[in-house]
Design a protein around this ligand. Structure first.
Ligand code: M6R
Length: 364
């Protein structure tokens, strides 16, 4: 049931404050401000390396998770596209941790990679939205996302819930391994608890996003830039736009701009810059100046402090609330999704069932 929405995707974008709240309630003790995980049948303190494998949007959630595992738990992480890991020669050291991220829990490549990792002595944790799925059944530990059924082919609410679960796992690992203090955990949990509220504020930007989508819909190519955890979100933004509007888009780490993609910039190409005011903000701003100098049309996603400090003439700015850097990916995902959605609506595509795509990819 789409309720009052025109498409499942719109409904699912708008459900995010609620389902992220449910997912948080599952992994967080709000009163104690602690993360509570299911019992792990292995000792996370002895894990020396984490491998995260997934496809598509779930892979981008994994890429984001890497930043958190490395920061909160000081654990080295490899994030792999399942179809690559599955046929590759990555050496697994028995006793390490492999995390599989999947909305459906039935993606053929992710499942095959899980079996491969298991056969190589990995502890297997899965982050899945369908708790009865094959991936869930075959995992040592299942950490469900509580996004509810996701019908739109373009993943939205499953993605933000995956981010929440990965953040919680990384925080728990950081605590267990002595890298985070009780106070650190409290601070991080408090930030997570605020996510649904910030998402609601982000949803309120929809009229502005819709206007910007008109420019996007006129474009042949769109570039998404970000640094740190905003880099995987740039990749996700480009995927979302491609799959439902059929407009060519690419996501880049902002620092890679001058290593090639800057050649694409002219006055016709919108450049979406995801830049909350975090520790890499100034670096991203200097990349933005390079884009502006070549006439690129910038759409900047930032917060009030970012607006004050971004000395660049941008085409448009979407101002999100101020929040700790640890939770910007969940919140900035919302305008990124809405932009793709409205561009697709303007293009007149079949938003929920884009051509050539299936919701669950059960063949390789
Ligand atoms: O069900 P899964 O999460 O394993 O699916 C993985 C990808 O097929 C999926 O995320 C796909 O990229 C989406 N259409 C993205 O919106």
């Amino acid at each position: 049931d789409k309720g009052n929405y025109r498409h499942f995707m719109a409904k699912e974008i708008h459900e995010q404050p609620e389902v992220v709240g449910h997912t948080l309630a599952h992994y967080v003790d709000f009163a104690a401000e602690r993360v509570v995980l299911p019992d792990l049948p292995f000792d996370i303190r002895t894990v020396q390396r984490v491998t995260i494998a997934a496809c598509g949007t779930a892979y981008y959630a994994g890429l984001t998770g890497k930043y958190w595992f490395e920061r909160f738990a000081r654990l080295p992480v490899e994030v792999e596209i399942a179809s690559e890991l599955r046929y590759g020669d990555a050496p697994f050291t028995p006793g390490n941790l492999s995390v599989f991220v999947s909305q459906s829990g039935e993606t053929a490549d992710t499942l095959a990679t899980l079996r491969h990792a298991k056969a190589n002595g990995q502890h297997v944790v899965s982050v899945v939205n369908v708790p009865t799925s094959t991936i869930a059944r075959e995992s040592d530990v299942v950490m469900p996302t509580l996004a509810g059924p996701e019908i739109g082919v373009a993943s939205t609410k499953a993605f933000t819930c995956q981010l929440v679960v990965l953040a919680c796992l990384a925080i728990a690992a950081g605590r267990a391994r002595g890298n985070l203090s009780e106070d650190d955990e409290r601070r991080l949990v408090r930030a997570l608890i605020e996510v649904p509220r910030h998402m609601t504020a982000a949803l309120a930007l929809e009229p502005e996003v819709e206007k910007l989508a008109r420019d996007i819909a006129k474009s042949r190519d769109v570039l998404y830039l970000g640094r740190g955890t905003s880099f995987p979100l740039a990749l996700e933004g480009a995927l979302k736009l491609k799959e439902i509007s059929y407009i060519h888009a690419e996501g880049y780490a902002a620092g890679e701009l001058k290593h090639g993609p800057i050649a694409l910039i002219d006055e016709t190409i919108p450049v979406i810059v995801i830049a909350p005011h975090d520790r890499v903000f100034e670096k991203t701003v200097s990349n933005m100046q390079e884009v502006a100098a070549r006439g690129g049309k910038i759409i900047l996603l930032t917060d009030p402090q970012g607006v004050a400090e971004a000395a660049v003439e941008s085409l448009a700015t979407l101002v999100l609330p101020h929040m700790p850097a640890s939770v910007t990916p969940m919140v900035y995902a919302v305008p990124v999704q809405m932009l793709a959605y409205h561009a697709a609506v303007i293009m007149g595509t079949d938003v929920d069932q884009p051509r050539n795509l299936a919701k669950s990819v059960t063949v390789e």
